[in-house]
Design a protein around this ligand. Structure first.
Ligand SMILES: NC(=O)c1ccc[n+]([C@@H]2O[C@H](COP(=O)([O-])OP(=O)(O)OC[C@H]3O[C@@H](n4cnc5c(N)ncnc54)[C@H](OP(=O)(O)O)[C@@H]3O)[C@@H](O)[C@H]2O)c1
Length: 279
């Protein structure tokens, strides 16, 4: 079976195109879930301070049968810690919980425009990268105005913008301005947090390839060069979601999935322009 491709980022580093997300994974089972994920072949693990499960991710890293350098660990700065001193402290806590020397990727979780401190948070991430404590830095849920502001203030372009992206919410406009700035898209809620899994058109396409709806959706992401991080707590589903590199959707099939967008109704998460939650 072919392996998961690596995507080269604008700072010269590379990231596996398919990873495991652990949002809403109970802290008590996170170590087991991540261990199952690594056993299934996942090398990229996406956690966040706000998920409250970094400790479990750290436990799994330490007991994994693959060396640390083969794993790609990503976490995110929580919304209430955008101020420099708080961000530095939060990062220290993240590293302590994960129990690793260097993080592969650290993202600003949300811009929180009402708080208006994301530019300060970005400058702090730039510092952490200069110190070598994190290899790559990026953002999540950033709109064009948020992105341009941090680039203007620091001259540093994020490697990634992690955004909600799936067939019901394909983010066509976002793709254009992110591509122009050489920022890679990492797709969260790739299955619409489950909302796309009942789709009959996708089921029919999947059936023709002997694949499930989830596998067909993830294949659609991969064929567009998008990074994707599905979540599951079930070992069999994790395995199935990882088994998506050995088939190919035709142009017509790709177009069918791409035509399922529902505009703003397709969004399952919060809107970054208005989300001012300060967890
Ligand atoms: N940056 C952000 O603001 C942000 C926001 C949301 C998510 N994320 C990241 O993106 C990751 C994925 O997004 P997500 O957790 O919202 O949703 P998702 O990956 O789109 O979907 C997960 C849901 O689908 C189910 N599922 C997964 N594989 C399945 C399969 N093969 N068959 C049937 N059901 C399946 C899971 O249930 P089971 O677990 O029971 O299998 C879960 O309910 C998160 O874990 C997190 O790392 C980031």
């Amino acid at each position: 079976m072919a392996g998961v491709p690596q995507i080269t980022l604008n700072d010269g580093t590379s990231i596996p195109q398919l990873g495991l997300g652990v949002w809403q994974v109970d802290p008590g089972i996170t170590a087991r879930v991540v261990r199952d994920g690594i056993a299934a072949g996942y090398r990229l693990i996406d956690t966040a301070e706000g998920y409250d499960n970094e400790k479990g991710v750290g436990e799994a890293i330490r007991s994994a049968e693959v060396p640390r350098e083969d794993l790609y660990i990503a976490s995110k700065l929580r919304n209430g810690a955008h101020q420099r001193d708080l961000a530095l402290k939060a990062f220290d806590e993240t590293m302590q919980k994960l129990g690793i020397e260097q993080l592969d990727l650290f993202l600003i979780h949300w811009p929180v425009p009402g708080q208006d401190k994301y530019a300060e948070a970005w400058a702090t991430l730039v510092e952490l990268r200069q110190q070598g404590r994190v290899k790559s830095i990026g953002v999540s849920n950033f709109n064009e105005d948020h992105l341009d502001r941090i680039i203007e203030e620091t001259g540093v372009v994020p490697v990634i913008n992690q955004i909600e992206l799936h067939p019901y919410f394909p983010q066509l406009e976002q793709r254009g301005w992110l591509k122009r700035r050489n920022v890679q898209i990492e797709c969260y809620s790739p299955l619409g947090s489950g909302a796309v899994l009942e789709d009959e058109a996708i089921a029919a396409i999947g059936k023709a390839h002997g694949k499930s709806v989830a596998q067909t959706i993830l294949r659609w992401h991969l064929q567009q060069g998008l990074i994707v991080i599905p979540k599951s707590t079930h070992a069999d589903r994790m395995k199935a979601n990882f088994d998506v590199v050995d088939f190919e959707l035709s142009d017509d099939e790709m177009a069918t999935l791409s035509g399922l967008g529902k505009g703003e109704d397709g969004r399952t998460g919060s809107n970054p322009a208005t989300n001012n939650d300060t967890f």
